[in-house]
Design a protein around this ligand. Structure first.
Ligand code: ZN
Length: 132
């Protein structure tokens, strides 16, 4: 991430706010070069994920982190990607690869958890995850 590039901090949380975090995105979501991924795979379709992909160091958890028992983990298929959701309110938070060398150090964040973001205004990029 270049120091000169525009960036913005976003606060995000699950519905019950048990899991709360801050994300720094560069470029910001309202930048013309920014977009979110809308994927048609079996889990994205069900959960309505709108994802941005960020380096782990751009995310700061406040209090409860992903390793907590309060965060449920889910894997399926090839078991390479772990999905995280709140055990209390069920919000689908994010996902990451747990296979070394496969998208290591990156998380897919569901921007629907972001505060003060109107997801209707975001540029969407359709990904045909169902057929990948
Ligand atoms: Zn919650």
């Amino acid at each position: 991430m270049s120091n000169n590039a525009p960036s913005q901090k976003y606060r995000a949380s699950c519905h019950c706010q048990l899991i709360t975090y801050t994300v720094t995105l560069s470029p910001p979501l309202d930048d013309l070069d920014s977009w979110v991924v809308e994927c048609n795979c079996s889990i994205c379709a069900r959960n309505g994920y709108l994802n941005v992909y960020v380096q782990n160091e751009c995310i700061e958890f406040e209090g409860v982190g992903l390793e907590s028992d309060m965060v449920e983990k889910y894997r399926f298929g090839k078991q390479r990607v772990q999905h995280y959701f709140c055990s209390r309110c069920g919000s689908s938070l994010m996902a990451e690869s747990i296979e070394p060398g496969f998208y290591e150090g990156v998380k897919a964040l569901n921007v629907r958890m972001f505060h003060d973001v109107d997801v209707q205004l975001l540029q969407r990029r359709q990904v045909d995850g169902r057929n990948l």
